[in-house]
Design a protein around this ligand. Structure first.
Ligand code: ADP
Length: 651
C-alpha cells in the first residue's frame, strides 16, 4: 500500500522530533497519557449529555504495557477513539497554531527556536517520535464497528489500513529507538521508570493509569544509593500508578511548587514555569475550586486575534468546557487555569453558559482574586511584577481604555509607567505621593520609545521645574491615559497639550504678557504664513533650549492620537487631523532673528524677497516642528530647498 505524505509542516516537525535535541524526551509519555485522558473525557461527557446508557465512569482506564522482548511500549485507552478521517486529519497534520510559528522558524533557522516550538505547542502525539522508530495507532471510534490502523516510521509518511480492535478506544504501540551512548531509550520499558514518570507528570489524571507488567519485576534496579531493598514483587494484575485526585482538589499545603509547575506545563503546553500560581477555593452559595496560573511570558499569538482566552471548566471533576471565555475579563485574558464547581449543571450549552448567573458570580470572584494577587506581587516582589508587566502590561493598558474606561478601578493600581524622575517604572500612586506642592496635574508624554520621549522639547520646562513626567511608549498609552482622566483627584495632562497648567508667579506673568505684546505683529505674520496649517502661533511656556514645538489644542484629538489613527487600516487619513498650535521659544535667538527678518520686510525700500522671507522661515520652523513630533513634512523637497537657500545666504 502506498505511503501517504504528511502535510509539509508536519513533516518538518517530525524531522525535528526524530532528531530531537530536546532534552526532556520523557515527556512523550505524559503527552500520550494526556491525549488518552482527553479522549475519555470526551466519551464520558458525550455519554452524560446524550444520556447514553452502559457507559460508567468506573470502566475507564489508560493502560501501559511494556514488552521488553519486542522493545515496545503500548499505551491503550478506552476513550472516544478515532475513525479513519480523524486519524488522517489528527495525526497527519499538526495543530494549526503550530504551523504559523513554523514559517518564522524557517526564516530564522535558529536551533534554539526548535526547543521553544516543542515546548510551546505541546506538539503532543508527535513527541512519540522522539523515542520511537515506529509508531502504530489502532483506533476505533465510538459507535463504529470498523477499527483503523495508522502507522509511521517518521517523516517519510504514514499508512492507513483496516485494523482490528474490540470496543472503542485507541491503542498506541511504540517501537523504541535503539540505545545510544547518550540516550537509553530502553529504560522506558522499565516499570520503575514508568512509575516515576507517571507520578511526576500524570498523577492527577482522573482515570486510572494501569501498568501491566507481564514479566517479574524483581530484575528492576532499585534507585542507587538509597539503601532500600529491591523493588517489591510486582502485584498480580495491573497496578494503578496515579492517585487520580486532581491537583486542585488536593490540600494546598501538600502540593509542592514543582507539582504545580509540572501540572501547568503539561496542561497548558508551556515550557517555562508559571510566574504565579493562584490556588483558591470558595465554599458557600456557590462553591468552586480554581487553580490559576500567570504565565511567565506572553504566548506568541497573545496580542493577535487568534488568541483565545478562557479557563477549563469542570463540573464535579468532568470537563465540560475547554475554554470558558466568560470566566475571565479581557484584561486578565493571560490567565490560564482550571475551575471546578459542583454547582454547575452538566449539560450547560455554550449559549446558556453566557447567561449563567453562577458563572458570572465565579467570574467576579476570580477577577477580584487575580487583582489582589497581582497587587500583592507588585508590593511584595517588584522585580517579578515587572517581569509580569513586561509580558502583559500592554493588555492591562488596553483594559484601561476598553469600554470607555469601565475597568479603570480594577486596573489603575496595576499599571506602570516609566518615570522621567525615577528612571524606572512607577505606579500612579507613587507618582501622586511625591507630586510637588505647586503641581496640579499628573504629566505624561507619549511617543515611540522612552528614549525618544525623553528628548521631546515639550518636556523641557516641566523637567526644569522638577515635575515628574510619565512616559508612554505604547500606542495605546495616549488613549488609556486620556481615559484615566484623573487619579486620586489629580487630573492627567499631556505635555503636548496647549495649556500645561503651570502656575506662574506675578513676575513671570507680566514678563510673558510684555513679550506677547512685543512680538504680537510678528506672531500674527507667522500665523498668516502658516494659514491652514496651524490654528495659532504663540510664545511658548514650555521650551528652554529648543526654538519651536507643535502642541495640540486644548482637549480634542491630540497629535499622538492623530498618528495612531492614521496608521489604522481603513482610516480616513485625510480627515483625521489634530488641532495644531506652533509655539516659539521667547528666549531663543531664532525669535530675535525672525523679528529682524520681519522688520526688514516692513522697512522702506524692502524688496519683494525681503517681504517674502518671513513666509519661508515660518515654513521651515513649522516643518522642523513636524519632524520633531514624528510627523511627516508635507513637501520634503520644498523643505530641503528652503534649508539650502538659507545655507547659500551664509556665504
Ligand atoms: P493536541 O492533543 O494538542 O490536540 P496531538 O497531536 O497530541 O495534539 O493530538 C491531535 C489530535 O488527535 C487530538 O486533538 C485528538 O483529537 C486526537 N487524538 C490523539 N490521541 C488520541 C487518543 N488517544 N484518542 C482519541 N483521539 C486522540
Amino acid at each position: 500500500m502506498a505511503k501517504k505524505q504528511f502535510k509539509a509542516e508536519s513533516k518538518r516537525l517530525l524531522d525535528l522530533m526524530v532528531g530531537s535535541i530536546y532534552t526532556h524526551k520523557e515527556i512523550f509519555l505524559r503527552e500520550l497519557i494526556s491525549n488518552a485522558s482527553d479522549a475519555i473525557d470526551k466519551l464520558y461527557y458525550k455519554a452524560l449529555t446524550e444520556k447514553i446508557s452502559g457507559v460508567s465512569k468506573n470502566d475507564f482506564f489508560i493502560k501501559i504495557t511494556p514488552d521488553e522482548g519486542a522493545r515496545q511500549l503500548v499505551i491503550e485507552d478506552n476513550g472516544i477513539g478515532m475513525g479513519k478521517e480523524a486519524l488522517e486529519s489528527n495525526l497527519g497534520t499538526i495543530a494549526r497554531s503550530g504551523s504559523l510559528l513554523f514559517k518564522d522558524e524557517e526564516a530564522t533557522g535558529k536551533a534554539a527556536s526548535k526547543i521553544d516550538i516543542i515546548g510551546q505547542f505541546g506538539v503532543g502525539f508527535y513527541s512519540a517520535f522522539m523515542v520511537s522508530k515506529e509508531v502504530k495507532v489502532v483506533s476505533r471510534a465510538w459507535g463504529e464497528d470498523q477499527a483503523w490502523e495508522w502507522a509511521s516510521e517518521g517523516a517519510d509518511g504514514y499508512s492507513i489500513k483496516e485494523g482490528r480492535k474490540d470496543g472503542p478506544g485507541t491503542v498506541i504501540t511504540l517501537t523504541l529507538k535503539d540505545d545510544t551512548d547518550e540516550e537509553k531509550y530502553g529504560e522506558y520499558l522499565s516499570g520503575w521508570k514508568l512509575r516515576t514518570l507517571v507520578k511526576r507528570y500524570s498523577d492527577y489524571i482522573r482515570y486510572p493509569i494501569l501498568l501491566e507488567t507481564p514479566q517479574a519485576e524483581a530484575a528492576e534496579p532499585a534507585p542507587a544509593g538509597e539503601g532500600e531493598s529491591a523493588e517489591p514483587q510486582a502485584p498480580k494484575g495491573p497496578e494503578v500508578l496515579n492517585s487520580m485526585v486532581p491537583l486542585w482538589k488536593r490540600p494546598k499545603a501538600k502540593i509542592t511548587d514543582e507539582e504545580y509547575a509540572d501540572f501547568y506545563k503539561d496542561k497548558f503546553s508551556d515550557f517555562e514555569d508559571p510566574l504565579k500560581v493562584i490556588h483558591t477555593g470558595v465554599e458557600g452559595v456557590i462553591s468552586y475550586e480554581a487553580l490559576l496560573f500567570v504565565p511567565a511570558r506572553a504566548p506568541y499569538n497573545y496580542y493577535t486575534k487568534d488568541f483565545e482566552k478562557g479557563l477549563q471548566l469542570y463540573s464535579s471533576g468532568v470537563l465540560i468546557m475547554d475554554k470558558a471565555k466568560d470566566l475571565l475579563p479581557d484584561y486578565f485574558s493571560f490567565v490560564k487555569g482550571v475551575v471546578d464547581s459542583q454547582d454547575l449543571s452538566l449539560n450547560i450549552s455554550r449559549e446558556l453558559l453566557q447567561h449563567d448567573r453562577q458563572l458570572r458570580a465565579i467570574e467576579q470572584r476570580l477577577e477580584k482574586k487575580i487583582k489582589s494577587e497581582l497587587e500583592a506581587m507588585l508590593s511584595g516582589d517588584r522585580e517579578k511584577y515587572e517581569k509580569f508587566f513586561a509580558a502583559f502590561g500592554l493588555q492591562l493598558k488596553f483594559g484601561l481604555y476598553d469600554n470607555f474606561g469601565a475597568a479603570k478601578d480594577v486596573l489603575k493600581d496595576l499599571v506602570l509607567y516609566y518615570s522621567s524622575a525615577e528612571k524606572k517604572l512607577v505606579t500612579f500612586g507613587e507618582y501622586v505621593a511625591r507630586m510637588k506642592e505647586d503641581q496640579q496635574y499628573i504629566y505624561y508624554a507619549t511617543g515611540e520609545s522612552v528614549e525618544q520621549i525623553d528628548r521631546m522639547p515639550q518636556t523641557e520646562l516641566l523637567k526644569d521645574r522638577g515635575y515628574e513626567i510619565l512616559y508612554g511608549p505604547d500606542q495605546v498609552d495616549e488613549f488609556a491615559l486620556k481615559m484615566m482622566r484623573e487619579y486620586e483627584g489629580k487630573e492627567f495632562r499631556s505635555v503636548s497639550e496647549g495649556d500645561l497648567g503651570i502656575e506662574e508667579s506675578e513676575e513671570e506673568k507680566q514678563k510673558a504678557e510684555k513679550e506677547q505684546k512685543k512680538y504680537a505683529d510678528l506672531l500674527a505674520a507667522v500665523r498668516e504664513a502658516l494659514d491652514g496649517k496651524v490654528t495659532d502661533v504663540r510664545l511658548s511656556k514650555r521650551l528652554k533650549s529648543h526654538p519651536v514645538v507643535l502642541v495640540s489644542g486644548e482637549g480634542g484629538l491630540s497629535l499622538e492620537m492623530e498618528k495612531v489613527l492614521k496608521q489604522m487600516p481603513g482610516a480616513e487619513a485625510e480627515r483625521i487631523k489634530a488641532e495644531r498650535i506652533l509655539e516659539i521659544n521667547a528666549g531663543h535667538k531664532v525669535l530675535k532673528a525672525l523679528a529682524k527678518v520681519y522688520e526688514k520686510g516692513k522697512a522702506e525700500g524692502a524688496t519683494k524677497a525681503d517681504r517674502e522671507a518671513i513666509k519661508a522661515y515660518a515654513g521651515i520652523l513649522y516643518d522642523q516642528a513636524l519632524l520633531m513630533e514624528g510627523l511627516p513634512v508635507e513637501d520634503p523637497v520644498a523643505f530641503s530647498n528652503a534649508v539650502c537657500a538659507l545655507i547659500e545666504k551664509t556665504v
